[in-house]
Design a protein around this ligand. Structure first.
Ligand SMILES: NC(=O)c1ccc[n+]([C@@H]2O[C@H](COP(=O)([O-])OP(=O)(O)OC[C@H]3O[C@@H](n4cnc5c(N)ncnc54)[C@H](OP(=O)(O)O)[C@@H]3O)[C@@H](O)[C@H]2O)c1
Length: 129
């Protein structure tokens, strides 16, 4: 089994990555910075989802990756306070990472997914998003 955890370099994604690795999966995690905890069984690939055009890096990652049996999307950040505490830039960053990022990943990744159900239910979105 090959598991790809987007936003898996720390937090919930990293904890899931460790569980899947312990179960015998080949695991790749992504993030902007490498995980703080070293791991011999989990590979890290840098992928920053904030810039508008990160699809080139994603394409390179998927090219190297081969099939994806399990796909986890866990990037983002826990925001203290309420929505009124957020600046416009923070709101746009969150939408980019958690919303558009997820949709674009499904679009780019669905042909790599081994599950037919996942393939048939993956989103198709216009390239300009
Ligand atoms: N923790 C909770 O109790 C909780 C509850 C409900 C929902 N959530 C949601 O679950 C998600 C993950 O939460 P968490 O607590 O695991 O957060 P976390 O510990 O901060 O981990 C977030 C992960 O996303 C990556 N990431 C953040 N911004 C990124 C960006 N711009 N581009 C690429 N990767 C990025 C981080 O790596 P880098 O920093 O290296 O990029 C890290 O791997 C968030 O969306 C959060 O709102 C969390």
């Amino acid at each position: 089994m090959q598991t790809l955890v987007i936003g898996g370099s720390r937090g919930i994604g990293w904890e899931l990555a460790k569980l899947y690795a312990a179960a015998g999966d080949m695991v790749i995690v992504t993030g902007r910075k490498a995980p703080d905890e070293p791991s011999a069984t989990i590979a890290f690939r840098e992928l920053d989802l904030s810039p508008a055009d990160w699809s080139t890096k994603l394409s390179a990652l998927l090219k190297d990756t081969g099939q994806v049996d399990r796909l986890v999307y866990a990037p983002g950040y826990y925001q203290e306070g309420t929505v009124t505490d957020l600046s416009k830039a923070e709101i746009l960053d969150m939408i980019q990472v958690c919303g558009i990022g997820f949709t674009r990943l499904c679009h780019a990744c669905h042909v790599k997914l081994t599950s037919r159900l996942a393939q048939s239910r993956a989103y198709r979105v216009p390239e300009h998003l």
